[in-house]
Design a protein around this ligand. Structure first.
Ligand SMILES: [Zn+2]
Length: 269
């Protein structure tokens, strides 16, 4: 229990509640979860309350995720530890996150930074690998950059959540015929419109899809677009910036929305 509280820096309000309720809370939390299995891979310190042997292959790929982010985005590798907490059941995860992060809306996986300490939280489920890569991508980006705009953060996490061999051609987004038609009809959400989203609650399914699509375009489309992405992220390494990627891409790639539609029209193995 003590190790758990050392690892998690509690928000002040929760700390006060903890002091007030005292031993009763300690007994309740201790029953809630005990971390029995641990792994350390790259910057990730993984703790779980179930046997992790089955997941060693998945964990062994996490340092590759970091190498890919460094290689494709030109960012620095994380220089300090990232905590990962894995729960054996959704109910435990829900109770735990509602207790410690009462202001964070429920989601099946979370990346939370508390007083500078990054933490990834999720539970055992069939798509654990996807959620883990998604949240670890957020954690690695925030370990290297002073800030990342929400849409780009989510677009990159959607791209890198897939296994490495499926990222370029086999993301489930490719299978959506309705979306392909909307692209052909020129109904592209621009980077500029995505930049208006500042809260997760503002992001609808289509925003996630177009955030991913722009990331795919910048990684696999015109070299100039990729260059702008790398340049833009380099500018946020140590300081926040008000620079807009939309204007940088617009300068480097005229008619970018049209080119994005063309990119997906012709994209195939
Ligand atoms: Zn996300």
């Amino acid at each position: 229990m003590q190790r758990l509280f050392c690892a998690l820096i509690m928000p002040l309000a929760i700390l006060i509640a903890w002091l007030v309720v005292g031993a009763a809370v300690q007994a309740w939390s201790a029953e809630l979860v005990t971390w029995t299995h641990t792994r350390q891979v790259g910057p990730f310190v993984i703790q779980a309350n179930f046997d992790l042997a089955k997941y060693d292959k998945l964990f062994s790929e996490l340092p590759d995720l970091q190498r890919e982010l460094v290689r494709t985005l030109g960012i620095r590798p994380a220089s300090s530890a990232i905590d990962v907490y894995l729960f054996s059941a959704e109910e435990q995860f829900r109770e735990y996150t509602e207790h410690y992060f009462p202001n964070v809306p429920f989601r099946p996986a979370l990346y939370v930074r508390e007083n500078g300490q990054p933490g990834v939280y999720t539970y055992l489920k069939p798509d654990l690998d996807i959620d883990l890569r998604h949240e670890c991508t957020h954690a690695l980006l925030h370990a290297s950059l002073a800030d990342v705009p929400l849409w780009l953060d989510e677009g990159l996490a959607k791209y890198f959540e897939m296994p490495a061999a499926q990222r370029a051609f086999d993301h489930p987004y490719f299978d959506d015929a309705k979306w392909k038609w909307s692209l052909r009809l020129g109904m592209v959400r621009s980077i500029e419109s995505l930049e208006q989203r500042t809260e997760l609650a503002d992001m609808d399914a289509s925003d996630y899809r177009y955030s991913w699509a722009w990331v795919h375009f910048m990684l696999h489309g015109p070299e100039a677009a990729h260059r702008e992405l790398v340049h833009y992220l380099a500018g946020r390494e140590s300081v926040s910036s008000s620079a807009k990627l939309s204007s940088q891409v617009a300068n480097a790639v005229p008619n970018a929305s049209e080119k994005l539609a063309q990119h997906f029209k012709h994209w195939q193995k």
